[in-house]
Design a protein around this ligand. Structure first.
Ligand SMILES: [Zn+2]
Length: 260
């Protein structure tokens, strides 16, 4: 019979991001003390890991992932390396993908992230078209449940302009945490922006929008910032690629408005 290894009691001589060197005392999975290197309590029988020369970081949190699309390259085979063709190929593939398929790929990716130390992930999940728009949501909810206690997965309902309000509401009802979308891709970006924010406001949930993820075209960041000023729930504007192609004065004013 194989006995499990005892948990570590001491991490010795680790370097922190500020350059200091410390010993870290552990009780089970809990850090009980961080003291100057060489002064940590550790008996000769303690399990000690010598981290001399290693940087010790908190577990990383991934703020933006798409686990429903993980590992899908071989299936969707986009002909070029650009975003529009990748989205087009993904939509063709997603039209009839199964919950089991999404679970298998998302689980594999989530476990890979966990194995590399990540313990928290914000995951955008497509609210799909067709008769079963919540297949991706169901899959990610399953993976989240499987990994509870190991990996915190926060789900964002990624909606398009064709996603009906009822499907977004249904995703939230099932346990999705946050309203998402990509207003800059809509025919009327500002109308789509306010539609999604209306839902988030009505439900009192967080918002994380793919915002102006284009090199030209719509700029919605200013209207987004203005609308959510004073909101109590968390709001994120992801990507904001368009900022990089704006004239400097316009860009700086927009950034100032967004962070105010
Ligand atoms: Zn994204």
């Amino acid at each position: 019979m194989t006995s499990l290894p005892r948990p570590l009691d001491l991490l010795r001589s680790a370097t922190l991001v500020d350059g200091s060197r410390v010993d870290v005392e552990l009780t089970g999975a809990t850090v009980t003390a961080v003291v100057a290197a060489g002064s940590g309590a550790g008996s000769t029988s303690a399990r000690t890991l010598d981290l001399e020369g290693f940087l010790l970081l908190p577990a990383p949190a991934d703020p933006h992932s798409h686990l429903d699309k993980a590992g899908s390259w071989d299936a969707i085979r986009p002909p070029a390396g650009d975003l529009p063709s990748a989205i087009s190929c993904w939509r063709t593939y997603a039209a009839d993908m199964t919950v089991a398929d999404v679970v298998a790929r998302a689980r594999q990716q989530a476990l890979a992230m966990l194995a590399n130390g990540t313990t928290a992930v914000r995951c955008h999940v497509d609210v799909l078209q067709g008769d079963e728009p919540l297949r991706g949501v169901a899959a990610l909810l399953q993976v989240r449940d499987e990994l509870v206690g190991l990996l915190d997965i926060e789900l964002v309902a990624l909606c398009g302009q064709d996603t009906p309000d009822r499907d977004i509401e249904a995703a939230l009802d099932l346990g999705v945490d946050t309203v998402g979308g990509a207003p800059h891709l809509a025919l009327d970006p500002l109308a789509e922006l306010h539609r999604l924010l209306d839902i988030a406001e009505r439900r009192g949930v967080d918002v994380d929008l793919h915002t102006d993820e284009n090199l030209d075209g719509a700029v919605t960041l200013g209207a987004f910032a203005e609308r959510v000023a004073g909101w109590r729930q968390n709001v994120a504007a992801s990507h904001c690629v368009r900022l990089g192609t704006l004239p400097a004065t316009e860009r700086d004013a927009l950034i100032a408005e967004a962070v105010a």
